[in-house]
Design a protein around this ligand. Structure first.
Ligand code: NAP
Length: 313
């Protein structure tokens, strides 16, 4: 039996710490502004979870919904968005975002020090050049935390990242590279045999494609048959890898599932994240951490300014 990387337990632990840090370090509760655009059901669930987590750690979450009518007709919409951003310590635009909304314009509007999802150009660049100061995207940050907390990081061998989005694939590949893993990135145009080869060699697989049954047990067995003369054919036997399944899909019965079935992960890994209960709770916990981090920076600069004023009186 493989070991399950319990994101719920790890996130609960992280939130306990964040709550203490907020009480210890900040003069007032941080404010997190959550923007949703359109009427997506999945978004509502994600936002509910984030508001609940915020309450748990002592963050004030404010939820703003932007409708299509407001977007096209309300000439003061961007002024109100600006007010909400000014008031908040951290701001996120909940995905998925309706097609008619200009997501890029929103991100350009957002000061990078409030971008607690780490998606502005400045934070994307700082992830590479100044990772200690950057607001790091929550899902990759949560994955790294989960790996560290479960001692899955000793063997920094081959890592396969499946997916190259700005939200998950690219930043986790960046973070793993910085952490001395040898990283391969696969995407929808990666030839099937190349993907399977990379999987066979991987000590760590992070998958974020949103495609259910991306690799199945049949694929694994066929791969083994086709490659049995080569050393990489230990695919079918290799059980010491870690599989981090980021995706949130629904099966034919509407049940949540990841890119791989739980049976597949159990068979082809030593450690794996379940869906649900793996990466999802960690993402939310890291959002709370980023909001605390942003508020602490703001607090620090406000106090510094205050001191300067007092000294020049
Ligand atoms: P995305 O922007 O749609 O990116 C998906 C990536 O997967 C793309 O790079 C795509 O390649 C690649 N891909 C698609 N089909 C593939 C295939 N057959 N083989 C290899 N690569 C393939 O999605 P995302 O925002 O990264 O999210 C991915 C999944 O993670 C979704 O299910 C989302 O709900 C979930 N998610 C979960 C959390 C969490 O907290 N658990 C957080 C964020 C996202 P191309 O670039 O070539 O199109």
């Amino acid at each position: 039996m493989s070991k399950i990387l319990d994101g719920k337990a790890c996130a609960a632990d992280a939130k306990e710490h964040i709550k203490k840090w907020i009480e210890r370090d900040l003069q007032k509760p941080p404010i997190l502004a959550i923007f949703t655009v359109g009427d997506d059901d999945a978004s509502k669930v994600y936002v509910r979870n984030k508001i609940k987590a915020a309450e748990e750690v002592g963050i004030i979450a404010k939820h703003y919904t932007i409708t299509k009518e407001q977007y096209w007709q309300d000439e003061f919409l961007w002024d109100r968005i600006q007010d909400a951003i000014d008031e908040a310590d951290g701001v996120i635009l909940q995905k998925p975002v309706a097609w008619w909304f200009n997501e890029e314009a929103f991100l350009n509007y957002l000061p990078y020090w409030k971008d607690v999802d780490g998606l502005t150009t400045m934070n994307v660049g700082r992830l590479r050049t100044q990772p200690k100061d950057a607001l790091i995207p929550c899902t990759p940050a949560g994955i790294m935390e989960l790996l560290y907390e479960n001692d899955c990081i000793q063997n920094r061998g081959n890592a396969l990242v499946i997916g190259r989005s700005e939200l998950v694939g690219r930043p986790i590949a960046e973070m793993l590279t910085a952490d001395d893993w040898t990283v391969t990135i696969a995407h929808s145009k990666t030839p099937r045999d190349v993907l399977l080869d990379a999987f066979a060699r991987a000590d760590l697989v992070v998958s974020a494609t949103g495609k259910r049954n991306l690799i199945t047990e049949e694929d694994a067995e066929q791969y083994f048959k086709d490659n049995r003369h080569y050393p990489v054919a230990d695919f079918a036997f290799k059980r010491d890898r870690v599989i981090v399944d980021v995706s949130i899909n629904r099966d034919e019965n509407g049940k949540l599932c990841g890119d791989f079935s739980e049976e597949f992960k159990d068979k082809y890994s030593a450690y794996y994240t379940p869906v649900p209960g793996g990466v999802g709770p960690m993402t939310v916990a890291m959002l709370m951490f980023n909001t605390y981090f942003a508020a602490r920076e703001r607090d620090y600069y406000e106090r510094k300014e205050q001191k300067k004023k007092e000294l020049t009186k």
